[in-house]
Write a protein that binds this ligand. Structure first.
Ligand SMILES: [Zn+2]
Length: 134
């Protein structure tokens, strides 16, 4: 369930936050035991956003389309949604930093080097090679 939530959210669900979900806590939007431990009530939050929510700096509530409405102490509202993974299909250059924009050029998330580009002295490695011994 944790992996599912992080995969769907992609990044922290806090307003404007881009911490990758795999480095986030999984938070109950409605605190347990009042809210269920179910994907409909769980979101990836970076530690900072999680602490801000828990401390009451933000008032949060679920809105349509799996959105989260974040209201600051000053009354400003922000709504965040799970990552739109289709975005990378519409704009191939919007993948992770260093990822190859050509889907046929490298596996997902793999660094991309143009032919002739200086890649240093390290030999070419396949993502399927075993990791180095250090
Ligand atoms: Zn965050």
């Amino acid at each position: 369930m944790v992996e599912h939530v992080k995969a769907v959210d992609g990044v922290c669900r806090g307003p404007g936050c881009q911490v990758p979900a795999d480095r986030c806590d999984v938070d109950h939007l409605v605190p347990w035991p009042f809210g269920p431990t179910h994907v409909s009530n769980l979101d990836a939050l970076s530690r900072g956003c999680h602490n801000g929510k828990t401390a009451g700096v933000w008032h949060v509530e679920r809105v349509d389309d799996d959105g989260i409405s974040w209201t600051s102490l000053a009354g400003r509202d922000y709504i965040t949604y799970p990552k739109d993974w289709r975005e990378a299909l519409r704009d191939p250059g919007s993948g992770p930093p260093g990822a190859c924009p050509d889907p046929d050029g490298a596996p997902d998330g793999a660094p991309c080097h143009e032919s002739g580009e200086d890649v240093g002295d390290s030999p070419a490695r396949s993502p399927f090679d075993p990791p180095p011994p250090f």
